[in-house]
Ligand binder design. Sequence first.
Ligand code: ATP
Length: 450
Amino acid sequence: MARIELSHVTKRWGGFYAVDDLSLVIEDNAFVTLLGPSGCGKTTTLRMIAGLETPTTGRITIDGVPVFDSEAGINVPANKRRVGFLFQNYALWPNMTVRKNIAFGLGNLREAGLSVSEEGEIRRDPLAKGQARKLTKEEIERVVQRVSEIVKIQPFLDRYPGELSGGQQQRVAIARTLAPGPRVLFMDEPLSNLDAKLRLEMRSELQRLHHSTGSTFVYVTHDQMEAMTLATRICLISNGVLQQYDEPLTIYGKPENTFVADFVGNPAINFINGHGHQGEDGSFTLSVLDHYEAVFVSSRKISAQEWYQEQESREAAVQKPDRPVAKENEDTLFQYPVRTVTGREESRDCLSPDDWVIGVRPEFLSICEDGPLEGEVFSAMPTGMETTVRIRVGNYLLTGVSFGKVTYQIGQKIRMEITGDGICLFSRRNGCLVTTGTLHMRHPDENDAG
Ligand code: ATP
């Protein structure tokens, strides 16, 4: 049982802000993944919550009790926070059996009110006073049996780590971390040493482990697939700054900005620049991909003008963090990729409120016989279950996913339409999501006829 709250937590080294004014609530029994590109501050965040790194400023509480508070001068050491760690290098003792590896930390526990249930679960009486006690051999064995059952390594208890596969060793490391009954389990890329197949298997086991232990899990990864499949909530960070904190499907379907949209999803989202404005009926008529016309209809009623006004007043209202030292690693607007055949990037100067970016997930680009979009196959990558198709439309490259056993030839002429109501409309000026909706493309000939 643990609810973690971070308020305005900053960690900087000189003028380098590794974590910048982070506020976050990790609910009890959540499985939160800290996700972002290399060097964005994921590990530093995890280490600060765990007590392995001291924040520069801010406050962290676990179950309402402050474990760090820069103003009150509180900094509870890691070994007093009752948390467990699991890292990439799980370093088991090679000269000890699996049983001894798991039991190792249990022998060092010394607390008043400590006991072990018949089922092998560690119990702590928070009100217990008096002399601290250690666990007996029988109690330790009961705990070892319980945790080894959870991670399915009972048959290997008398083996040495060198006699186990990588996945089995990792399970021993998990059992060892679970044994003392941590209220929070911190994991830093714990599966990255495993091969792809084993990683998939271990992911599923970690999910079941989370379900069966009821602990709070905080998990660092740069692998968006891992973050998506494991988490109850993803905390996506860039340059030390929180970008979005939401459930995985919200992050995928309603990314708050172009950075989030681009980081999550494989194959990546298509960005299409559009220029135009909102009509009286609320729809947006935009010119896109050189000579196509697109009509975007929002799923909810929205006024672009009001949206911009809200953005401006929000920006003015957001209190800029009080910085004693200027941020060297300055925040810049994310340069979303518009993929073209020549790799050419479009100029982003002189943007007006009539400049938009449309985000189309590959599964919304449907190849069909009578679609309004014309293109030719640039490349096709079948995996068996689906084929990722890169399609050239004029000078632009769009990515689509086609399910089923269809084969595509390079250069093949195809037609497409954009389907679904999950198309994202971003402002090009600040990269923020305006709304989601549908996109109807019109072929240039259709425009001429009309
Ligand atoms: P990765 O996925 O590569 O592990 P990360 O998101 O976990 O990256 P962190 O380890 O949290 O990144 O580091 C965040 C930034 O802080 C990095 O740019 C790193 O170089 C910097 N940093 C970390 N530790 C120190 C230190 N002791 N002194 C100075 N800078 C540091």
